[in-house]
Structures are given as structure tokens and as C-alpha cells.
Design a protein around this ligand. Structure first.
Ligand code: PLP
Length: 414
């Protein structure tokens, strides 16, 4: 098989198009989304109607999302960043309260903790790029209020392991720390036979343009099975109002009173109608990603020294990004040369997603004192993400594999 793949470099001039390492549109649109937008605008032109505060479309989208995930509740919001902020508000962090967050991550979770005045406790990840349960257990203290983990690049983190750790280390006042999932990159992924988003206190999804599906560029969703938490989140989303039934309020009926602080984190009717179409098409947009990634793994796993995505047997990832780890001895400079060669020799774009956040973000670095995660630094220095998109052809996928192998061998020889 390898020989046939390597032949691509002779028979194919290059990639059929430039594939960004992290594409700006993670799925794709069809005429159906466009028609849904036009219809929703037309139905909102009456001065008595407009977009409303809440509308049937938002409620329908949330119901369908919850059904897709297989959980009780889904709450639509403006972004995953907003959702993480809401998670911290719902925790009601007090001074000195700690939240454990993996260092290998996008910055959103850390910003949410710091924004709410919490103490950020950084933990290590392993080669799956997800938080290492053993290190979470090392970092937990009687002040830990939450374990906030990201399902990195579409692969579920081991939520049940963190839940067990939380049970063993209850906070003296609040009980076991809450386990919160950031599934911004992992919509549609599975863990222990269920979709990501059914376990833990709550899970936060992003519907940003780069993600598995989008509500016109921005958007988010929170899922949970906890009715009390859902009531609190609803109130946070809309000026503290306890919306046992948002639609009742929109239709002029009285709400049941104010539940403390809230703001406005609602998505629009237009986003919701597009979301419903994208959700219906979600599996169709994920399937080719998985097929391309698995084909790639079958090829690249034959290259000695190159580590393909590490997938625990109880997980089905959706490959938001495709992770490669170069040998330990290449960490840093040699990895960078490999990335550069892929670009210059074959036009293959790569990205590192993500090194420990404190290496790239000075706000986080300035707020964690001396905390460092050496194992994560080592993994981050070996990490390379090569382009993947569900619309990529098999030919381009093979060309990228051949380019990776050729450049890997050239750097190995140097
Ligand atoms: C892991 C992770 N969490 C959170 C976010 C923030 O998502 P949003 O853009 O919807 O706020 C992102 C966005 O890139 C992400 O990758």
C-alpha cells in the first residue's frame, strides 16, 4: 500500500487546492440553509413578530440537539466562550476556589476561570491530548470546585475517570467537584457508546464557523441532564428571569420571577433555523472526516517513529483536527523543520493545536504563578496537525500522506 501512496508524489502535481491546516469552514452549506434563512426573514417582517425574544425555532433547535446528543436538555447560546463563562457563573466561584484545566488546550476554559475570579490549576495531558486522570488526581485539593476538561480535537476525554476522582475528593461544602466538558471541537464524537455531552455536570459545544457544524459563524449549545442547573443557565441567558417556559414569556405570559444575575446570551431565530438544517446534515458532514482520517491512520501508522492519533478503545472521535506526534528527539526545532519542509516542498499547511496555553498566552501565563506542565510541553513540542476537511478528495488525502512520509524520512536522514 505504501508504494502506491508514494507514487502520488510522481503522478499528482500537487494538492487540488490549498487546504488550510484548520479550515475556516468546518462543514459546508447547501441551498437548504439559504432557503431556511430567507424563509425565517420573510416570516419575521411583520412588526408584531420580528425575531422575538424566544421563538419556536429556537426551542425546536434545542429539542433536536438534545435528542441528537441523547440528553435531557440543550440550551442555545451565542458561543462556547459564553457557555464556559456561564458554567463558571453557575458554579458561583468564591475567592480561593480552584478549577483544574489541562494546559494543552484552547485558551477559552482558562479565560472563563480567570474571568470569574477562580484559581486556575493547570494539569497535564497524555498522548491522547486529553487531561491525564492521574495528574488530575494529583492536582485536586479541598478547594477544587470543578474539573473543566476539553475533548481535544474531537476525541472524548475520559469523563468517567474524572467523575470517580471527584467522588473520592469531595469539597467540604459543595461536595464532589463538578466535571464540565468543553466539547467545542467534539460534536458528534462518542464515549462508552454514547454521544459526548451526556455525562458530567454540563457540556459546552461551539457552533463557530470552524466547527463540525455552524449557526452562521457563531453560536453555542450547552447540554445537561440536571434540571436545576438548566433553570440556572436559562436565567443566566436572559436577565436572570426564571423561564420555566421561555415561550410563555415571549407570548406575554408572566414569568415566575427573577433568579439573580443574568444577561443576554441568546442566539437568533436565523441561527436556529440554519442550526436545524446543519444538525440534520451533521452526520453527513462528519462521516467523510472519519473515513479520511481512518484511511490516513492506516497509511501513516506504518511509518516507524511517527505517532498517529492515540484513540482509547471506548472512544469514537470526529477528528476536528488530525494529530501527529513526531519522535521525542525531534521535539521543537526538528518538528518545526518537518512542518516547514511540508509547506515548501509540497504546499501542505500544518498547525500546532495546541501547545500548553501559557506558552502562547501572556494573560494566562501572568495568572498561574510558577505552575508549569513539563510533560504537556514535551507533547506540544512534538505535535503537528495536518489538514483535514470532509470535502477533501481521497487523492488529496493520499497526497498529504505521501508528503508527510517523504518529509519525515528526509528530516530523519538529516
Ligand atoms: C476547545 C475550544 N473551546 C472553546 C472554544 C471557543 O468557542 P467559540 O468560538 O464558540 O467561543 C474553541 C474555539 O476555537 C475551542 O477550540
Amino acid at each position: 500500500m505504501l508504494e502506491a501512496v508514494m507514487n502520488r508524489l510522481k503522478t499528482q502535481k500537487g494538492l487540488s487546492r490549498e487546504w488550510p491546516a484548520e479550515p475556516m469552514l468546518g462543514g459546508w452549506y447547501t441551498e437548504e440553509e439559504i432557503e431556511a434563512v430567507v424563509k425565517a426573514i420573510r416570516s419575521s417582517m411583520d412588526p408584531a413578530v420580528g425575531f422575538g425574544f424566544f421563538c419556536d425555532e429556537i426551542v425546536d433547535f434545542e429539542r433536536q440537539f438534545a435528542d441528537y446528543i441523547g440528553c435531557k436538555y440543550a440550551l442555545s447560546i451565542t458561543s462556547a466562550g459564553t457557555g464556559l463563562d456561564m458554567a463558571m457563573r453557575a458554579l458561583d466561584l468564591q475567592p480561593g476556589d480552584e478549577v483544574i484545566v489541562p494546559a494543552i488546550n484552547f485558551r477559552a476554559a482558562h479565560y472563563a476561570v480567570l474571568g470569574a475570579g477562580g484559581k486556575l490549576v493547570m494539569c497535564e495531558s497524555d498522548e491522547t491530548l486529553n487531561a491525564d486522570p492521574a495528574d488530575v488526581e494529583k492536582k485536586i485539593t479541598p478547594r477544587t470546585r470543578a474539573i473543566l476538561v476539553t475533548h481535544m480535537n474531537g476525541l472524548s476525554a475520559p469523563i468517567c475517570d474524572y467523575l470517580e476522582i471527584a467522588e473520592r475528593h469531595p469539597h467540604p461544602k459543595y461536595g464532589p467537584p463538578k466535571v464540565i466538558g468543553d466539547a467545542a471541537r467534539a460534536l458528534g464524537g462518542e464515549y462508552k457508546g454514547e454521544k459526548i455531552g451526556t455525562k458530567g455536570w454540563m457540556t459546552i459545544f461551539s457552533l463557530h464557523t470552524m466547527k463540525m457544524m455552524t449557526t452562521l459563524g457563531e453560536g453555542g449549545m450547552i447540554t445537561t441532564n440536571d434540571p436545576e442547573l438548566m433553570a440556572r443557565l436559562r436565567a443566566l441567558r436572559q436577565w436572570g428571569i426564571a423561564q420555566s417556559d421561555d415561550l410563555e414569556i415571549a407570548r406575554g405570559k408572566k414569568g415566575t420571577g427573577n433568579q439573580g444575575w443574568g444577561s443576554n446570551y441568546k442566539m437568533t431565530k436565523i441561527q436556529a433555523v440554519v442550526g436545524m438544517v446543519q444538525l440534520r446534515r451533521l452526520d453527513e458532514m462528519i462521516r467523510p472526516r472519519i473515513a479520511l482520517a481512518e484511511k490516513r491512520t492506516a497509511i501513516l501508522s506504518q511509518v516507524p517513529g511517527l505517532t498517529v492519533p492515540v484513540i482509547p478503545s471506548d472512544c469514537k472521535p470526529v477528528y476536528y483536527l488530525y494529530n501527529l506526534l513526531v519522535p521525542e528527539a525531534w521535539a521543537g526545532a526538528k518538528r518545526d523543520s518537518f512542518m516547514k519542509l511540508l509547506r515548501t516542498k509540497y504546499g501542505v499547511d500544518t498547525v500546532v493545536a495546541n501547545p500548553p496555553v501559557y506558552q502562547t498566552d501572556s494573560f494566562i501565563r501572568n495568572n498561574i504563578g510558577e505552575q508549569r506542565c513539563p510533560r504537556s510541553e514535551q507533547i506540544g513540542a512534538r505535535l503537528v496537525n495536518i489538514p483535514l476537511h470532509p470535502l477533501m478528495s481521497e487523492e488529496d488525502n493520499e497526497f498529504i500522506c505521501a508528503a508527510v512520509i517523504d518529509c519525515f524520512n528526509e528530516i530523519a536522514r538529516s
